[in-house]
Design a protein around this ligand. Structure first.
Ligand code: SP5
Ligand code: ZN
Length: 350
């Protein structure tokens, strides 16, 4: 299947993450995408350049979030914050928490420091000089892959970076700025009347995608992930009883797994999601994080390379047009092979 790529991902260098107030090196590194690309090329993949698209492709997001992300770095630098206090990335410090503002509509903050907290929901997702351009290119990558499938490819893989499934309509976090997966799903559904499904196999709950399609019956959203109730990101969301609302009632499914779960329970959950969407959807977007792997530093799940290959086969057996969108996966030594196993498993089954 075609592999959609943009060099512009390299412009996003998070420069670490602020985790419990401490700046740690972080794991969402440019090298991740380079490793995946190298492995897929080694196995003979066909690379396709991401097609630039106008900003209309960002319609799932609030225009205020878009305007903020596009200007945040410059505003931060203009405010002198890179020299005093000497912070070289945009970092929030105060949040318009419901307990702070209550029913009042918070005013638009003038200070660059305060504006950050109006759009970021965590302290870990830093903005640097090239973040906007890279996040924008990741959306172009996902949209290009969706367009290839709409044009008749059975499947396409968007090698997106930064990832996207934690980004909501109005806020960013979890190393994500713009929701690449949700945008690909909206693009796939645009011309077809039938339902599109998202199957999110990243180790973390895809809270952004869930929230964007919460009231939509046109996009099914299923996610298998480590149980947030057991102490894992995104902590507040991703529980089994979150089923959607309004027209989207019953169109959202979460399958949280206990920490330590390996191939058995994980593949059962993938099969359950595949079966659920197979009977309802005409096309699929797979949010492909490979951070459920045993070696991954960001999750306690214990999925093996054979598990990823089997997941790929289960998804391929659906027989539906499918867009894969890269999400998490942080072990540099295995990220390439894990992605390759999933995609080859898929092709094996078709
Ligand atoms: C796209 C994606 O996979 N985002 C994951 C975001 C979860 N990050 C949570 C990070 C928590 C702090 N990391 C500490 C690492 C200790 N091993
Ligand atoms: Zn993840």
């Amino acid at each position: 299947m075609p592999v959609v790529w943009s060099d512009r991902h390299r412009l996003h260098e998070p420069g670490g993450e602020i985790w419990v107030g401490v700046r740690t090196p972080g794991t969402e590194l440019p090298e991740r995408a380079e490793r995946i690309r190298a492995e897929l090329e080694r196995r003979g993949a066909r690379l396709v350049e991401a097609e630039p698209h106008p900003d209309e492709v960002l319609a799932l997001h609030d225009p205020e979030l878009i305007a903020y992300l596009a200007s945040a770095w410059q505003a931060w630098d203009d405010a002198g914050l890179t020299t005093d206090p000497g912070q070289d990335r945009v970092v929030p410090y105060l949040f318009p928490h419901p307990g702070l503002v209550g029913d009042l509509e918070p005013g638009a903050p003038a200070a660059a420091t305060a504006r950050a907290g109006a759009f970021a929901y965590d302290t870990m997702t830093l903005i640097g000089p090239g973040t906007w351009e890279a996040a924008r290119a990741a959306v172009d990558t996902a949209v290009t892959a969706a367009d290839l499938v709409r044009a008749g490819e059975r499947a396409a893989y968007a090698l997106c970076r930064p990832p996207g499934h934690h980004a909501t309509r109005t806020a960013f976090g979890g190393s994500c700025y713009l929701n690449n997966t949700a945008t690909a799903a909206a693009r796939l559904g645009r011309l077809a009347d039938d339902v599109v499904a998202v199957i999110d196999i990243d180790a973390h709950h895809g809270n952004g995608t869930q929230s964007i399609f919460w009231e939509s019956g046109q996009v099914l959203v299923g996610s298998v992930h480590v149980d947030p109730g057991a102490g894992w990101f995104p902590h507040f969301l991703g529980f089994a009883d979150e089923a959607g609302a309004g027209g989207g009632e019953g169109a959202n499914r979460n399958l949280p797994l206990a920490p330590g779960s390996g191939d058995g329970p994980w593949l059962d959950a993938v099969a359950e999601l595949a079966d659920w969407v197979g009977r309802r959807a005409g096309s699929v977007v797979v949010a492909l994080g490979v951070d459920a792997a045993g070696v991954d530093p960001e999750s306690p799940l214990e999925v093996s390379a054979e598990g990823y290959r089997a997941a790929g086969r289960a998804l391929g057996a659906l027989g539906l047009p499918t867009v894969f969108v890269q999400e998490g996966g942080y072990d540099l030594g295995t990220i390439g092979p894990l992605v390759a196993e999933t995609l080859f498993g898929f092709e094996e089954a078709t």
